[in-house]
Structure formats: C-alpha cells, structure tokens
Unconditional design. Sequence first.
Lengths: 216, 216
Amino acid sequence: MTTEPPLRADAQRNRERILAAARELFREQGTAVALDDIARRAGVGAGTLYRRFPDRDALVRQVIVDGFEICLAAVEGARAEPADPAVALERLFLRVLEQRERLVLPLIGGPVVREPRIQELQHAIRDTVEDILVRARSAGVVRDDITPEDLITAAAMVCRPMPHLPDEMSAALAARHVAVYLHGLRPEGARPLPAAAPAPGDFGRHVAMDAEQRSR
Amino acid sequence: MTTEPPLRADAQRNRERILAAARELFREQGTAVALDDIARRAGVGAGTLYRRFPDRDALVRQVIVDGFEICLAAVEGARAEPADPAVALERLFLRVLEQRERLVLPLIGGPVVREPRIQELQHAIRDTVEDILVRARSAGVVRDDITPEDLITAAAMVCRPMPHLPDEMSAALAARHVAVYLHGLRPEGARPLPAAAPAPGDFGRHVAMDAEQRSR
C-alpha cells in the first residue's frame, strides 16, 4: 500500500476507522462478517468502505498486514533494548500484549493469507525473535531448547481474546501467565521438554511462510 | 441425565456418536452449527438426533456438562496422586491436555450455560485445584500468589485449538508450553506478578459459577 498516493486527512481518518471496525468485528465474529456491518460500526457509508476496500479479501489482507507490522515493531523494539536479554524478552511480550486488541493473525483466529509482503513480515519477525533468543541463550538467561516457534505460539495464546471475561480481567490473567511463563524459560533446574519443537519450515508452511525458504 | 432409564446398546452408541460429532463441529464452527450437519457427521438420521436432543440447547448443555466432567475427573485424578505435589500439578495439565479434543467449555469458545449441575461441576473443579495448590504451596514447590483461576485459564489457553496447525504439531507446542509454565510456577527466584488475580466470585460470575456463593 506504500506505492499509493497519500490520502487527504479525512480520507485517512475514514480508512483508519474502517480498519479499526474491521479488526473489532473480525475478532468478535470472524472474518466472514458482512462488510455493511463493518461500515456501520465504523460510522461511514458503504460507498466509502468499497472505495477503499473493493472486497472482503482486500480488507482482511490489510488488517493482517497491520497485525504483523505491529508484531514486527514490537519485536524489533524489544531487540533494540540495550538491557539484559531477559528484559528484552519481557518487553517483547509486554509490547505484543499491549496491542492485543489490534491483532488479527492466523494463530489468533485469522485466516492464512499467502502473499509476499506477509511472508516477508513473518520471516522478519521470526528472525528478530531468534536474535533475541540467541543473545538470551548466550547470556545464560534462557534454556537452550526454546525456539522462536515456542515464543510465537506463546504470544498467540495469550493474545487471543478470552471468551466471556471482561477485557481488564483477561488482560490481568494474560500478564500473570506471561510472567510465570517467562520465569519458566530460565535454565536453572530445567528438565528436558516433553516433545520436539516443530521445524521452522514445517511450522511456517501452515501459517503462510514459504516452507522452501525456511527449511533449516 | 442420570435419572433417565438406561439406553439400549445401539441407542447408547448413537447417542455417543451424536455427542462426538457435536463436539467436533462446535469446536470447528461454533455452537450455531446446524443440527442436520451434526446428524450427518454422526452418521445418524435427523429423527434419531431429535429423539435424543430435542433442540440445540439440550445438545450444547450436554456437551458442556461432559467437558466439565472430563475436567473434574482429570483434576480429581491429579489430586489423588500420592506423589510430590509438583507431580500432581503436572499430571493435572497432562490429563486435561490428553482430552483437549473433547472439551467444549466457556473459556475454550463454548457458551456460558447457567444451570445447577454445571455450577456444581465448576465449584468442584475449582475446589480440587485449590486443594492441589494448597498442598503444593506448603511443600514449597509452587509460588504463593498463584490462584486456581490462573491454572484454570492456563489450561484453557493450551487446550484451545491452534488455528491452521495440524493436531500433532499443536499438541507438541502445547505440551512444551505447559512444561515451561509449570517450571515457572516454582517459587525459587520468583518476582511479584504484574497484576492482581481476579477474585473467584468476580471470575465465576462471567463463566457461570454463582458469584454470591463464591465471594471469598
């Protein structure tokens, strides 16, 4: 979308409102929700919505790209922390959790969309998480057998909406869960994990990353 | 359902097949799925289904009661373990994870159903988890600030289907996550948790337990 001409301020505002409404409704009701309902929730006319997003796929794709961009910014921000790598890991989860209401992603109930921009974002996220893990492992603050796929699925688990619970309660429970999980990543007294981690390519094939490119 | 006369063997078999099909379809598509689709998946006629379950609510209720009964058996089995209370906690998660495909429960995407049998099962599950925690805390193997609500939501998180991933991969990732989480429950080096736990009554009100009875 970066090659498009910049939008006027009101058009930009409408676009943001449509995307925010789409994120909410996709999370509440799934991506099959009627586009007219999205326009209504956004407070814009159906014509305005269709001018920006000609069909559901375009809207779903944009919401998913936005979600991966949020995650990439969060993990890159965590990697840039000059602190203890254990703190970087903590920041990674905190930053993603803060944005959880905005995430519509394959592992959080969204559809898998295969397109180059999305695969690029997924690869960049995985590589950044791997960088943080490598640093944390060599500092001796994280057990050796944890993979980026473990952290990615852990983040997905805690970011999924908890059905029926009010947002504040579910955010508190998620933050408590993350604190316990992070403490559990420490190597002291760790016993072998009960199952093998999926290979990155094997995992990636199901969530859209191109398996051929990620077979290591 | 225990007051009904026993069913003939073939009727019992049909009932089990209907319930298994309902569990599968509820987990895949939500509880709004058409009853005819459930009959088709079960390989029984629509008439057979309606004879056992006059409407969707009856079927949903039974699947949810079954789910809570599975959980209660799992936590009671774990409590009965004569071993180290840390092992009891581990068994608790393992036993629930083993049955994850059969769980349709409020925190795993099912609806909240308010009825005495369900509230009774929820209370019994919470009390049993509390017993295990009390023993684990006094043995010094679990930090003091973990509540049954933490463990119940942790179990719900790892039992929810992971979208798009094959069952075997998602089971391996869930088992790895649980092992890390359990290790993180140990009190050694624990820092204060970042948010307060919800009060049992406050939590219970949203998932169906009667808040008045559980205000402590």
